[in-house]
Each structure stands twice: as C-alpha cells, then as structure tokens.
Design a protein around this ligand. Structure first.
Ligand code: AIR
Length: 191
C-alpha cells in the first residue's frame, strides 16, 4: 500500500469464487482484520471482505448470514470491537463455521470485545480467537477447509515446519555453541 492509497485498500486476493468471508463491524477494524486477509492471500484461498455492522446495518448483516452458504462460502471470519455482536449474530443466521476475532478498542483493551464474542449461548457456537488474533482466525478457517483439501493440508503442514525452523533458528542464535547435539547444555559455555 502506498501513502496515497486509502487505508481501506486491499489487494485483489486469490482468483475464484470466495470460500472465506472476512467481515468486520467497521473499517476501523481493518488494521487488525487485514492480518486474516493476508494469511488467506498467502495460501491462495479466494476471499471476500465486507463491512457489516450488527448495530448500524443489522438488515444487511442478517441477509449476508442467511445467504452465505448458498453463495458458496465455507467459513466466516468475523471481527468487531466493543459490543461486538457481529460474530454471534452471524452464527445465529448460518450453520457455517464462524470464527470470531475480538478487536481491542482504546478503552477496555479488548476485554469487552472478547467477552461479547466468546460468551455465546449453548447451541450457537463461535470459535473465538485471542484479542486481535486475526491471523489465527484465518489459519483456523484454513484448517477447516483443509479437512477436504489435501493440497491445502500439505501447505499448512509446510507452514508448521517453517514455524518450527524459525523457532529452532532463534534457539540456535540464543544458545550459539552452548548446546550439545543431543539438546543438552554444555556446562563450559554460558549463553
Ligand atoms: N461496531 C460497529 N458496529 C457494531 C460494533 N460493535 C464496532 C466496530 C469497531 C467499533 O465498533 O467493529 O470495532 C468502533 O467502530 P467505529 O466505526 O466507530 O470506529
């Protein structure tokens, strides 16, 4: 994104009919939800991105939820802040899996958003990730899709290996020369 572009600007994403929707209560959530969009794009999964507010555009939100499955969507990632009713209300209008992202606002550090999203009544589940945990929300959506998509499953396996390699590289930098080949610590070298 260049400085001249509006902050709402997103790339085109992977080609094809969207299978994941990333929805948010306001574009002020985009700084967080962008993380989910980027993960989906990185894995080449077609997505759509919408602003739908449980309080400002309740009719639009309900229509979206009711039509989502018939439109070919498979998973909804929904983020909102404060009285964050969007994920729960979408879960009430569709049987698609809904992953909720509590967005932290200035006043209560996201605790209000977290509780609004995680404390769903029995029978209407929302898989809630950490406050501002948009990347994990997308990864969870990908894991759902991967149960019936072997190439996506393989891509997620590679991603986990990458994470492990990154952690081992950190370990190696921190303990350079201090650790024996079998993982033990050399008593003669201090990190
Ligand atoms: N919000 C919008 N409609 C209902 C809710 N809960 C949330 C947005 C955003 C916050 O209100 O998801 O996190 C503030 O929105 P805005 O547009 O005032 O910046």
């Amino acid at each position: 994104m260049t400085a001249a572009e509006p902050p709402e600007r997103l790339g085109p994403g992977a080609q094809g009919a969207p299978v994941v929707a990333v929805v948010m209560g306001s574009t002020s959530d985009l700084a967080v939800l962008r993380g989910a969009v980027e993960v989906l794009d990185r894995f080449g999964v077609p997505r759509e991105v919408r602003v739908l507010s449980a309080h400002r555009t309740p009719g639009d939100m309900l229509a979206f939820g009711e039509q989502a499955a018939a439109r070919g969507l498979k998973v909804i990632v929904a983020g909102a802040g404060g009285a964050a009713h969007l994920p729960g209300m979408l879960a009430a209008t569709t049987s698609l899996p809904v992953v909720g992202v509590p967005v932290a606002l200035a006043n209560l550090s996201g605790l209000d958003s977290l509780l609004s999203i995680v404390q769903m009544p029995r029978g209407v589940p929302v898989a809630t990730v950490a406050v501002n945990g948009a990347e994990n929300a997308a990864l969870l959506a990908l894991r759902v899709l991967a149960t019936s998509d072997p190439s996506l499953s393989a891509a997620l396996d590679s991603y986990r290996l990458e994470l492990a390699q990154g952690a081992r590289a950190q370990d190696a930098r921190l303990t350079d020369g201090c650790v024996t080949n079998d993982g033990g610590r050399r008593p003669d070298v201090v990190p």
